[in-house]
Design a protein around this ligand. Structure first.
Ligand code: GLN
Length: 491
């Protein structure tokens, strides 16, 4: 079996057992990246020498580090997560050339677990988008169909795993950015409970919604990464102190006795028939393995997209105020006309931010402005509470809520880039988990007739990632397509 087909779990075991060195593994992935990433463009930075040096360090310490959960495992990091001395630009011109002086907590934890960071992955600018077309560095292509989007904003992270250019990626999810690209690229993507994973060192988009999580080829691999990065962090006051259970013990997963709720009314319109068919097939698998599938009602779900597109831009408009040309990244040169500080701010922000980021800053500033604050922002927060109430009520009866991850499979590059509303509406099934803080996972659920991946999403109670992983593993055990490789994956 080619190195690239190794799952994280097998790879770690092979390194720990001395069957292969961490350096050989790292070198193998770097070769695959060199062979294939010119066409996919999943990476914004590839760490060549630095990654190999790190892999050699892992090899030198192998005996002492044998029990480390990600020993010798190459991992990619989304370009909105700080890596010390390594470019971290949020795929924005405004942070061009920025090298953070510190690692995000998740990066520190990956390294403590024995991982080798091999690169930074492409995304929509400041994670605002659903296709990676808003990256200032150019779009990523879907490894299953190069004329199609990989999803977004973490399109690079998902494409890298799907094309076997890395066994695992860590990325952020504010309204679906882990789960939606995972679905469209046919990999596993997990958004943990808000507060489960530290956000220290994540370039903030919308602080009450942002959460970091893994993208991997298998559910057990997602559990291994989550285990490594989760848990309390004094550097992030919103990071929960809730204990992290031992997740490896969940496998093989079991669905017996689980109750799964389906909000049928929410699926009545606008969902591609092939997506719906795959969704029902996945439910049938879970039912066949002993789960009870019942209808539930999420009456405020229709408001999730409008609420998200008020709350997220409002928080973004505040978070992005720090990019002013003074402290980081780009500073526009004086133009000789107006040499004031305010003019420098204006020119820097005008040159540094792309069109979608500017649109969000304007929408958010408007929603927070005097006179409109109550009508828009406060109102959206109230409806957000109602959405959370819907889920609380559902979880009184069921253990998980099932929905498709996306209403359609991957669309063509360019198809929605000039139609923000169409792109926003594609987030209909993912934004609720962020508005409520609940954990959610996207699982591969087969392919359309044209060969495009389809995702199946489960949401669970707060801090109950275990249920998502257990049920996800059941689905994976039954998946006749597991192991299918995209055409753009190198041999
Ligand atoms: N697609 C959503 C947006 O554009 C979500 C992005 C994200 O999760 N970062 O805001």
């Amino acid at each position: 079996m080619a190195a690239g087909d190794w799952t994280l779990t097998r790879l770690r075991a092979a390194v720990a057992g001395g069957d292969v060195s961490a350096r050989e593994v790292c070198d193998g992935y770097l070769r695959r990246i060199a062979a294939a990433d010119g066409r996919i463009h999943a990476f914004t930075t590839v760490l060549g020498e630095a990654a190999l040096a790190r892999a050699e360090e892992v090899d030198r310490r192998r005996d002492a580090w044998r029990d480390r959960p990600l020993l010798g495992v190459p991992v990619t990091v989304k370009d909105v997560i700080c890596t010390r001395g390594v470019p971290t630009t949020a795929c924005s011109r405004i942070l061009a050339g920025y090298r953070p002086p510190y690692d995000a907590t998740v990066v520190t934890r990956l390294l403590d677990a024995g991982a080798v960071v091999i690169g930074k992955t492409n995304c929509d600018e400041f994670a605002m988008g659903s296709s990676t077309e808003h990256s200032a560095l150019g779009a990523t292509r879907n490894p299953w169909a190069p004329d199609r989007i990989p999803g977004g904003s973490s399109g690079g992270a998902a494409a890298a795993v799907a094309a076997r250019l890395a066994p695992a990626s860590v990325a952020s999810d504010t309204g679906g950015s882990i789960r939606q690209p995972a679905a469209l690229c046919g990999v596993v993507g997990l958004k943990p409970t808000y507060g489960r994973v530290s956000r220290y060192g994540l370039l903030a988009f919308a602080s009450s919604l942002d959460q970091i999580g893994p993208l991997t080829l298998t559910v057990a691999d997602a559990a291994a990464v989550l285990q490594a990065i989760a848990g309390a962090d004094p550097a992030d006051a919103t990071c929960a102190t809730e204990p992290v259970p031992a997740l490896a013990g969940l496998f093989p997963g079991d669905a017996r006795g689980a109750r799964i709720g389906v909000p049928r009314a929410a699926l009545a319109a606008g969902v591609d028939p092939e997506v719906l068919r795959a969704f029902d097939a996945a439910l049938a698998v879970l039912a066949g393995r002993g789960a009870a599938v019942v209808d539930i009602d999420l009456p405020h779900m229709a408001y999730a997209v409008p609420v998200y597109y008020l709350v997220a831009p409002a928080e973004a408009s505040s978070n992005l105020a720090r990019y002013d040309g003074v402290r980081y990244g780009l500073r526009a040169a004086p133009d000789g006309r107006e040499a004031t500080l305010a003019a420098m701010y204006d020119r820097t922000r005008d040159a540094g931010f792309g069109a979608e980021v500017k649109r969000r800053i304007m929408l958010g500033t408007y929603a927070l402005s005097a006179g409109y604050y109550d009508a828009y922002y406060v109102h959206a927060q109230r409806v957000r509470s109602l959405i959370r109430g819907d889920y609380d009520q559902a979880f009184a009866d069921v253990d998980a809520v099932a929905m498709p991850t996306t209403p359609t499979p991957a669309y063509r590059l360019g198809e929605h880039v000039d139609d923000p509303l169409a792109m926003y509406l594609g987030d209909v099934f993912t934004v609720s988990a962020n508005l409520t803080g609940l954990p959610a996972i996207s699982l591969p659920a087969g392919f359309t007739r044209a060969g495009l991946p389809i995702g199946f999403q489960l949401t669970a109670r707060p801090f109950d990632e275990a249920t998502l992983l257990r049920l996800g593993d059941v689905l994976e055990q039954d998946a006749p397509w597991s192991g299918a490789r995209p055409p753009l994956a190198p041999a």
